[in-house]
Design a protein around this ligand. Structure first.
Ligand code: ZN
Length: 275
């Protein structure tokens, strides 16, 4: 099942068509994208019986699949390869920060590049379905509704200003493009081992697999939900592998006019132009 957002309304994407969830369900679910996750079990059961619609999918119309999450978790240094290139020790607990929700963007939105040190970070993003409160790792996946593709765009200067302020440095306008949709885990080849990467103007700069995550998705659900409840529709940016721009020699950063493409196997590709 693929769940997307068009004009702020939750839709199902089925065989190249779009089905408006509120219209098709007689207002039982939607149109608010968050409401789908708040009633996840009932929604998933209803949606499993929905067939293709009559309206063809226009990819350019897709917005951020979860434009209004209550909580956004993001994990730093969650791939050994990225910890090594950063010269940082591999963390013993997830290095957690937030991307403020107003920084999230759509899968084909422009990225505002107004600063000299704007960097890319491909990430697998997990979306919470069932509320998770003190959940064991073995049950972690049961609380995830689906997965999407994310970019944890980072202004490295702001990120390390005033010591370190990851949350602000990763929350400029449009710094969290996501999408193109949320895919349920039954539709990906292997939810624990997906290829992911990104390219700048067609040159691949990150290429890895999620099986290399230090803290896997179910481990993150366990670790985070031990601290506070994870709410339906919350998103977890799970961290980036090696290949970011700041650790290159010489360092490389995004510039206006460049096109950033970001993909995760079995989910899709998002494309963002730097302006
Ligand atoms: Zn990141």
């Amino acid at each position: 099942m693929k769940i997307a957002t068009i004009a702020d309304r939750a839709v199902l994407v089925i065989d190249g068509t779009v089905v408006d969830i509120a219209a098709a369900s007689g207002d039982r679910f939607g149109p608010d994208p968050l409401s789908v996750y708040e009633q996840w079990d009932a929604f998933a059961e209803w949606a499993s019986g929905v067939g293709p619609g009559t309206e063809p999918l226009d990819e350019a119309a897709l917005g951020c699949p979860i434009p209004n999450p209550r909580q956004v978790f993001a994990i730093g240094l969650n791939y050994r390869s990225h910890a090594e290139e950063s010269g940082m020790a591999v963390p013993e607990v997830p290095a957690t920060f937030t991307k403020f929700p107003a920084s999230l963007g759509g899968p084909f939105d422009d990225i505002e590049v107004t600063e000299p040190m704007v960097d890319w970070e491909v990430e697998l993003v997990a979306v919470v379905g069932r509320r998770a409160d003190r959940v064991a790792e073995a049950d972690g996946w049961d609380h995830i509704a689906g997965l999407t593709v994310g970019q944890d765009i980072s202004d490295r200067a702001l990120q390390f200003a005033a010591g370190a302020q990851f949350s602000l440095g990763k929350s400029r306008r449009g710094y969290g493009p996501m999408g193109p949709w949320v895919v349920t885990t039954d539709e990906v080849p292997d939810r624990d081992d997906l290829a992911l990467g990104c390219s700048v103007d067609g040159e691949t700069v990150q290429d890895a697999r999620t099986s290399d995550l230090i803290f896997s998705v179910p481990q993150l659900v366990a670790e985070l939900s031990a601290v506070l409840p994870l709410l339906p529709g919350d998103v977890i940016f799970t961290g980036t592998p090696a290949g970011v721009g700041v650790t290159r020699n010489p360092a490389r950063f995004l510039a206006p006019g460049q096109v950033l493409e970001t993909w995760v196997e079995g989910i899709g590709t998002i494309r963002n132009t730097c302006r």
